[in-house]
Each structure stands twice: as structure tokens, then as C-alpha cells.
Design a protein around this ligand. Structure first.
Ligand SMILES: *[C@@H]1O[C@H](CO)[C@@H](O)[C@H](O)[C@H]1NC(C)=O
Ligand SMILES: *[C@@H]1O[C@H](CO)[C@@H](O)[C@H](O)[C@H]1NC(C)=O
Ligand SMILES: *[C@@H]1O[C@H](CO)[C@@H](O)[C@H](O)[C@H]1NC(C)=O
Ligand SMILES: *[C@@H]1O[C@H](CO)[C@@H](O)[C@H](O)[C@H]1NC(C)=O
Ligand SMILES: *[C@@H]1O[C@H](CO)[C@@H](O)[C@H](O)[C@H]1NC(C)=O
Ligand SMILES: *[C@@H]1O[C@H](CO)[C@@H](O)[C@H](O)[C@H]1NC(C)=O
Length: 613
């Protein structure tokens, strides 16, 4: 009896070896059942060739992406559109070269240049979305099967700010199931809305494997979508001071932001550890403050980041963190005869003078500090233009540092101030006022527009005292308190505008230091922020103590995409169960753009929707 089993096993083994040695390819296929895609139990030797299903029943898709495209209620679109979503459940083969773009409305040359660039980006992303090395010759030359993409954009305004209209509508219709080409109509108020529409259009495509093992691309045969963001400010804050993040990694991060319609790259550029910005007017800043000559963002780098982002619908808001979190780059004052520009720099034991080493806080009673800040902001305004807002930092001012600096306490005494907390807050708010005035002056005529400044929440923004110190028409408060905190609502009630970074959900650095807990993509996704008017939106925050260019992608992605849907669509879901297939689709899109996101599930689960919940 035993021998028979052994014999059977040997025969079975022989068959497996024989099958493998015939060098035949086996393919996975995917089936749609109940609006969910599953891998077929058995691999097939034949690539499914029915790419034009007349009925979805028993239809086998060659890739999971193609299955989700026709099977998922939202075709895998991320973030979920806000408005009408009508989608066919069929797809048809396309080739990127079929797309032809035309602007039907009359727009300025500048706007047309933007449109040309955004369509080039679309095509490049489309080509990256499948392996085109082994594409066969798709169509004969005789066919006229263009997909005409027509833009109806009724404003040439390229301003990207909190008032920018980002809504769009997208109508896609292929003729004869793709045989006769097709029409895509995109209507938007601004080029930015149209750009988002192209991002959605890209998501209506999927890679497939075709007859003969060739790779190809499909697109849904029809779609009718209207869409607009819930919040105007949808961002990622990235710290490039704790560790330097190379320019190419920043650009790749911006690619990721644009893929999910995020529109803010908040650049936390400087901190007490380093000052990596080239300021031509004050070259000592980077000379003293950068980690090395290679770890400096030159003016050219900065400009290229801004223009790269703008072409992708992303606005770059820079932050110099002042007056606290300032040390590196400010050390040269005494030698240059300007006195101490920053105090407590590198103080030890550091716990007496700051929250995180190395210590350093600007010296608010040294007039040269303001001259230098004027030069820095003058240069930033030259780069950014005189209408862009600045994030002015303002977090974690550590009163014991100023209180232990005789130069500061003496100057306070002269002004009749004591050494109580409120006296230090007065000094701090005077500092803010002076710096804002300098920035206004350097903006020139634009200063009449009262361009806002952003500040982190702090003692100064405490709802009980904020009105004494910060003008609500000028300051937007960036809160970083926990989800249960009453502070955001209290500030809203006082009439302040807010950007919200919920610390216990949207701090992407948590989980690798101290007592902090890692926030999964589900935590990020399910974090709802206030819908009250005055909330401009939110940001996930990537502090860089424990990342550099290496770990950047996996810490930021795909979690930032989870926040993107919260900020764009603000869906009512209380669980992520129904969201997972779309999220996995989007994670794959990030990979296609060259990002290396962390894994969020075993691939088996991503091949079998709904089976791992
Ligand atoms: C494949 O795509 C790349 C861009 O990713 C493009 O440069 C190349 O021309 C394409 N090749 C073919 C054969 O279409
Ligand atoms: C595509 O072809 C290029 C050039 O022949 C090669 O370098 C690249 O590795 C190929 N990519 C894939 C995914 O096969
Ligand atoms: C822009 O187009 C939309 C829809 O086509 C229209 O409703 C709106 O009035 C237009 N706005 C302007 C300023 O022309
Ligand atoms: C899209 O939907 C709207 C509203 O239902 C309709 O007026 C329009 O004709 C539809 N477009 C297409 C191409 O079906
Ligand atoms: C500042 O230092 C003085 C002297 O040590 C102390 O009396 C005072 O309470 C301190 N002020 C604050 C706000 O901590
Ligand atoms: C700017 O602020 C000043 C002073 O508060 C005010 O008089 C002026 O009306 C404001 N300008 C605008 C355009 O809001």
C-alpha cells in the first residue's frame, strides 16, 4: 500500500517537472464576482483573449487592474469622485499614441503652454503604467481611431491658491467598443481642474496581457464624472532639515501627490539641526547651516521644485521655522560683529533649553536678526512671487531658553516687562508682528492684499489668549493637536482659519520613536477633520529625524494617498473594508510612477479582494 503512494507521488512529481520543463507560460487570471475581483483558482496556459466582454459573466481578466477597472463600483478611481459617477463595465484596447488633445475654449498662450505640459505628463504617466517593451503592433495604419481629448477651460488664470477652482467634469465615450476611436470631453474652470481630470482619465485605464503574452493597455468604454475637492488645502508637510532629502526624491514625492490630487507640498525647510537653503544675500546661512556643500538646495533647485510641482497642480509653501527650531546657520553673528543671532545654540544639558537637541532659538532683542530675516524673505519673495503665503513656523518656543539669556531678560526689564509667561508671550508676539511687517514691506504693492501667514499651534495660539497676539485676518493656524482636542473648534469659533494635522493620525513619523504609535493607512484614512467653514484643509506631516531619501517613500506612501481621499472626498465610511481594492489599485499606480511604497497586505490578499478582512 505504502509503495503505491510512493509510486503515485513519483508519477505526480514527474508530471510537475515535465510541465515545467516544457517552458510553457502559465497565466493568472482574475474574475469578477459580486463587484469583487478574485484570482482564478487554476492558472491558465492561455492568456484570456476576450478583452471585449459582451457579458461580464465568467469573464476572465488578464490582470487584477483590468478586473477592478470593470468590476469595482468606482473602477479603482482614487480619490473617490465627489459628484456624478457613471461608468461602463466594459473596456477596450488602446495605444497611448491614439490620444490627440485640443483646447476648444480660447485661453492665453501661457495657459496653453501649461495644457501642453500637462498632456505630456499624462502621456508619460500612461506609458509608465504598463510595460510597453513587448507591445505588439496594435493596429494597422489604415484605421482612424483617434481618441480626441477636448478641453473646455474657461479661465487662463494660472494662480494656484486656496481660492483656485479645481472642479472638473469628464465625459468619455468610445465608438464601436474602441474600434472607432473616441471622444473625451473635459470641462473645468481652470487648468488645475483639467489636470485633475487627466489624472482620473489615467485611472480609467489598466494594463493587460494580451494574446501571445504581449502587454497592452485598456480603457473603460464610457464614463461620465463630475468631481470637486472637499477641502482647498490638501497637503504633505516634509521636513528636509533633520535629514537632507535630495531633490530627486522631493520630485518623486510630488509625482505621488499629483497622482492622488493632493495640491500642497509644505516644505519644512529649516530647523535647529540644519539650514539647507541657499540664500544668495546671506550666504553664511547655508555655509554654516548645511550638513555639507552637497546638501544644499540651490536657488535653481528651489525654482525647479516649484515649477515641477506647479505643472502637477501642487503648490509649494515654504516654512522657515522661527523663532524656535533655529540654530544651525545662525552661528556666525558674533564673529561678524552682529552679536548673538540665536541663543542657547547647542546648549547642554539640552533638556534645560529646548525640547529636542540641538537647542537654538532666535534672539528677539537683537535688531540684526530682523535685518537678516528681511534679506532672507526678500529672496524667497523673489523666488515665489509676492502673493504666495509663508509658513512661519512658530512651534515649541521654549521659554526657559529666553528666560536664561541675560541679554533678553535685561532688554525685557528695560521695556518694563517682567519674567512671567505672559511677558515672554508678549516678546514672542512682537517678534511675529515685526517679521510679518518686514514680509509685507518686501512684498511691495501686494502687501495691501494682506497675504496670510501660517503658524503652528502653540502657547501663542491658545484660544484663551490668541486674540491678544495674532490677527485672525492675517494668520492661518496650523493645528497639530490630537483628534479629541477642543482647540481646533475653539479657534474656529473665534474666527480663525485652520489647517489641521491631527497628531495621533497624520504624523507619519510616529511609531519609530519614544512612546509614539504607528498610524496605519486605515488610521490615516478614518481620521475625519472638521467640516466647519474656516477649515482650509489638512496635511500629513513627515518629520525627518528617522528618514532620509532612503526610507522616505515607505514612510510617506501609501499612507499619504489615504489622507488624499479623506481631504478630497471626505467619505462617510466608518471602516476601510469597501475601500481596500481601490486603495491597492492606487498603491500600484504609485509603484508605476517610480515610488516604492510600503506593503500594506500580503499580495494574496491584493489578488483576492475582500478575503482578508
Ligand atoms: C515605452 O514607453 C517609454 C516611456 O516609458 C517610451 O519612451 C517608449 O518610446 C515606449 N516604447 C514604445 C515601443 O512605445
Ligand atoms: C525594456 O527595454 C529596455 C531597453 O531594451 C530595458 O532596459 C528594460 O529593462 C526593459 N524593461 C522591462 C520591464 O522589461
Ligand atoms: C465656465 O464654464 C461653466 C461651464 O461650462 C459655466 O457654467 C461658467 O459660467 C463659466 N464661467 C465663466 C467665468 O465663464
Ligand atoms: C453625462 O451625464 C449628464 C447628466 O446626467 C448628461 O446630461 C450627459 O449627457 C451625460 N454624458 C454622456 C456622454 O452620456
Ligand atoms: C524665569 O526665570 C526666573 C528666575 O529663575 C523665574 O523666577 C521665573 O519664574 C521664570 N519665568 C518663567 C516664565 O518660567
Ligand atoms: C488689509 O489690512 C488693513 C489693516 O487691517 C485693512 O485696512 C485693509 O482693508 C486690508 N486689505 C484687504 C484687501 O483686506
Amino acid at each position: 500500500m505504502k509503495n503505491i503512494y510512493v509510486l503515485l507521488k513519483i508519477i505526480a512529481l514527474f508530471h510537475i517537472v515535465a510541465a515545467a520543463s516544457t517552458n510553457e507560460a502559465f497565466f493568472r487570471t482574475y474574475r469578477c464576482h459580486d463587484r469583487r475581483c478574485h484570482r482564478n483558482f487554476r492558472p491558465s496556459k492561455n492568456v484570456p483573449n476576450r478583452v471585449f466582454p459582451s457579458s461580464m459573466k465568467n469573464f476572465e481578466h488578464s490582470t487584477m487592474a483590468a478586473c477592478r477597472l470593470s468590476c469595482d463600483s468606482y473602477a479603482g478611481i482614487w480619490p473617490l469622485p465627489v459628484g456624478r459617477v457613471v461608468l461602463s463595465q466594459k473596456y477596450a484596447k488602446i495605444d497611448p499614441s491614439q490620444f490627440v488633445f485640443r483646447t476648444s475654449s480660447s485661453v492665453s498662450q501661457e495657459a496653453q503652454d501649461f495644457i501642453n505640459e500637462m498632456t505630456a505628463i499624462f502621456l508619460s504617466n500612461l506609458e509608465k503604467s504598463f510595460d510597453n517593451n513587448s507591445t505588439e503592433e496594435l493596429y494597422g495604419n489604415s484605421r482612424n481611431n483617434y481618441i480626441n481629448v477636448i478641453f473646455n477651460i474657461n479661465s487662463s488664470d494660472l494662480t494656484l491658491n486656496w481660492l483656485t477652482e479645481e472642479s472638473y467634469s469628464l465625459q468619455l465615450l468610445l465608438e464601436d467598443e474602441g474600434e472607432g476611436g473616441g471622444l473625451v470631453e473635459i470641462s473645468a474652470r481652470t487648468v488645475y481642474g483639467a489636470r485633475h481630470a487627466l489624472e482620473t482619465l489615467l485611472q480609467l485605464t489598466a494594463p493587460i496581457i494580451k494574446e501571445g503574452g504581449h502587454n497592452g493597455l485598456v480603457i473603460l468604454t464610457a464614463a461620465n464624472i463630475t468631481d470637486r475637492p472637499t477641502y482647498a488645502h490638501r497637503g504633505l508637510s516634509l521636513d528636509t532639515a533633520r535629514n537632507f532629502i535630495p531633490v530627486k526624491d522631493i520630485l518623486r514625492t510630488i509625482d505621488g501627490l499629483s497622482s492622488c490630487k493632493m495640491n500642497i507640498f509644505h516644505w519644512h525647510a529649516t530647523d535647529s539641526q540644519s539650514f539647507p537653503l541657499e540664500i544668495k544675500r546671506v550666504p553664511y546661512m547655508a555655509a554654516f547651516g548645511a550638513y555639507s556643500p552637497e546638501e544644499i538646495y540651490t536657488t535653481e533647485d528651489i525654482k525647479s521644485i516649484i515649477s515641477y510641482a506647479k505643472a502637477r497642480g501642487v503648490r509649494v509653501i515654504i516654512e522657515l521655522d522661527i523663532p524656535s527650531h533655529s540654530g544651525a546657520g545662525w552661528e556666525w553673528g558674533e564673529e561678524a560683529g552682529f552679536g548673538k543671532l540665536a541663543v542657547c545654540v547647542g546648549a547642554q544639558p539640552w533638556r534645560k533649553s529646548c525640547i529636542q537637541p540641538p537647542c537654538g532659538q532666535l534672539n528677539p532683542v537683537n535688531p540684526y536678526v530682523y535685518d537678516i530675516l528681511r534679506n532672507i524673505y526678500k529672496e524667497l519673495i523673489e523666488i515665489w512671487g509676492n502673493h504666495e503665503v509663508f509658513h512661519m513656523g512658530g512651534d515649541e518656543v521654549y521659554i526657559p531658553c529666553w528666560n536664561s539669556t541675560k541679554e533678553i531678560t535685561d532688554a525685557m526689564t528695560v521695556k518694563g516687562l517682567k519674567r512671567r509667561t505672559e511677558d515672554f508671550l508678549k516678546v514672542w508676539s512682537e517678534f511675529q508682528k515685526t517679521v510679518l511687517k518686514i514680509v509685507d514691506e518686501e512684498r511691495g504693492t501686494a502687501s495691501n492684499l494682506n497675504v496670510s501667514a501660517i503658524m503652528w499651534s502653540s502657547y501663542l495660539t491658545n484660544p484663551a489668549v490668541i486674540e491678544q497676539y495674532l490677527d485672525k485676518d492675517r494668520y492661518v493656524i496650523h493645528t497639530w493637536v490630537e483628534s479629541g482636542s477642543p482647540i481646533p473648534d475653539e479657534l474656529l469659533d473665534l474666527g480663525y482659519r485652520l489647517i489641521i494635522s491631527t497628531k495621533n493620525a497624520w504624523y507619519l513619523d510616529h511609531g519609530v520613536w519614544g512612546q509614539t504609535k504607528y498610524h496605519t493607512w486605515r488610521d490615516v484614512y478614518l481620521n475625519q477633520i472638521s467640516r466647519k467653514s474656516g477649515v482650509l484643509g489638512g496635511e500629513v506631516a513627515m518629520w525627518a529625524e528617522y528618514i532620509d531619501g532612503g526610507a522616505l517613500d515607505s514612510r510617506v506612501w501609501p499612507r499619504t494617498a489615504a489622507a488624499a481621499e479623506r481631504l478630497w472626498s471626505d467619505p462617510i465610511y466608518r471602516s476601510t473594508a469597501s475601500v481596500e481594492p481601490r486603495f491597492y489599485s492606487h498603491r500600484n499606480r504609485l509603484i508605476q510612477r517610480g515610488i516604492r511604497p510600503e506593503a500594506v497586505t500580503p499580495e494574496w490578499c491584493a489578488q483576492n479582494d475582500g478575503e482578508c478582512q
